[in-house]
Design a protein around this ligand. Structure first.
Ligand SMILES: *[C@@H]1O[C@H](CO)[C@@H](O)[C@H](O)[C@H]1NC(C)=O
Ligand SMILES: *[C@@H]1O[C@H](CO)[C@@H](O)[C@H](O)[C@H]1NC(C)=O
Ligand SMILES: *[C@@H]1O[C@H](CO)[C@@H](O)[C@H](O)[C@H]1NC(C)=O
Ligand SMILES: *[C@@H]1O[C@H](CO)[C@@H](O)[C@H](O)[C@H]1NC(C)=O
Ligand SMILES: *[C@@H]1O[C@H](CO)[C@@H](O)[C@H](O)[C@H]1NC(C)=O
Ligand SMILES: *[C@@H]1O[C@H](CO)[C@@H](O)[C@H](O)[C@H]1NC(C)=O
Ligand SMILES: *[C@@H]1O[C@H](CO)[C@@H](O)[C@H](O)[C@H]1NC(C)=O
Length: 212
C-alpha cells in the first residue's frame, strides 16, 4: 500500500515535470521551440507568446505584434513592426502605445541587429545621437520605398540608428514629441538598393531559462 502511494506520487512528480518542460505543439505550420510557451501546459511560463488561428503573436506591454520568424539556435524571433495609421499620414498605428514597449521584467529584449528608421521627428531629435542628416538612410528608404512610408517622404525630420544601447533594450519609442512613425530592418546591409532590402522586422532575443 505504502509502496503504491510512493510509486503513484513519484509518477505524478515525474510526469508533472515532463509536462511542464515539454515543447508546445506547432502553431499552424510554425514550430514553437522550448522555452516559448503558447499555453499553460507546455513551454516555460516566463516565455509566453500566443498562437491565434495559426499565427504566432508577441504581446508587449499594451499591444501585440505578429511573429514572422523564430530561430531557436540563436534564441531570437522577429516581429512585424506597426504600419502607418493610414496611407495619408506619417504616424505609426502603435503611437497610442508609444511604439514597441517590452516588459523589462520578462526575459526578452531587443537585439543589436536592428536598423531603425524614424520618420516625422521633431527638432528635439537633433539633440540625440541619431543620424538625422540629409543623407541618412531613412531618406533613401522614404524616397524609394514604393508606398509603405510614402506619406513620410515630406514629413519633418527623419533619423536612422542601429539598436544596441541600453535605451533601446526594451523599447522603440514613438511619440508626438519625438518621432511619429518608424520601421525596422534586421541585419540590414545599407549598401543594398532599397528594392533588395528585406521585409521590415524587429528582432527580439530571449534569455536562457535560469534553471536549465
Ligand atoms: C501549411 O503547410 C501546408 C503544406 O505545406 C500548406 O498547404 C498550407 O497552406 C500551410 N498553411 C499555412 C497557414 O501556411
Ligand atoms: C511585466 O511582467 C511581470 C512578470 O510577469 C508582471 O508581473 C507585470 O505585471 C508585467 N508588467 C506589465 C506592465 O505588463
Ligand atoms: C507628423 O506627426 C504629427 C504628430 O503626430 C501629425 O500630426 C502629422 O500629421 C504627421 N505628418 C505627416 C506628414 O503625416
Ligand atoms: C499601458 O496601459 C496602461 C493602462 O491604460 C497605461 O497606464 C500605461 O501607461 C500604458 N503603457 C504603455 C507603455 O503604453
Ligand atoms: C549618416 O548616414 C549617412 C548614410 O549612411 C552617412 O553617410 C553619414 O556619414 C552619417 N552621418 C553621421 C553624422 O553619422
Ligand atoms: C530624396 O528625395 C529628395 C527630393 O526628391 C532629394 O532632394 C534627396 O536628395 C533624396 N535623398 C536621398 C538620400 O536620396
Ligand atoms: C539582451 O539580453 C542579453 C542576455 O541578458 C544580453 O546579453 C544582451 O546584451 C541584451 N541586449 C541588449 C541590446 O541590451
Amino acid at each position: 500500500m505504502n509502496l503504491f502511494i510512493f510509486t503513484a506520487a513519484a509518477l505524478l512528480i515525474c510526469t508533472g515535470f515532463a509536462f511542464s518542460a515539454k515543447q508546445c505543439e506547432d502553431c499552424g505550420n510554425t514550430s514553437v521551440p522550448y522555452p516559448l510557451s503558447t499555453g499553460p501546459t507546455c513551454g516555460d511560463q516566463s516565455y509566453k507568446i500566443r498562437c491565434d488561428a495559426g499565427t504566432l503573436l508577441f504581446d508587449t506591454v499594451n499591444n501585440t505584434y505578429a511573429i514572422t520568424s523564430i530561430n531557436p539556435s540563436t534564441q531570437r524571433l522577429v516581429i512585424k513592426p506597426a504600419t502607418l495609421i493610414s496611407n495619408a499620414t506619417c504616424v505609426a498605428s502603435d503611437i497610442i502605445h508609444q511604439g514597441v514597449q517590452l516588459n523589462s521584467s520578462l526575459p526578452f529584449n531587443v537585439t543589436s541587429s536592428n536598423t531603425i528608421l524614424y520618420f516625422n521627428c521633431t527638432d528635439n531629435l537633433l539633440l540625440s545621437p541619431l543620424n538625422c542628416t540629409s543623407t541618412s538612410l531613412c531618406h533613401v528608404y522614404a524616397n524609394e520605398s514604393s508606398g509603405t512610408v510614402a506619406p513620410c517622404k515630406d514629413a519633418r525630420l527623419c533619423c536612422t540608428f542601429r539598436t544596441g544601447g541600453s535605451s533601446t533594450a526594451y523599447m522603440i519609442r514613438v511619440r508626438e514629441s519625438g518621432c511619429s512613425a518608424y520601421t525596422s530592418f534586421v541585419n540590414l546591409d545599407p549598401n543594398l538598393p532599397v528594392d533588395r532590402w528585406p521585409q521590415p522586422g524587429l528582432e527580439i532575443q530571449w534569455q536562457s531559462p535560469r534553471n536549465q
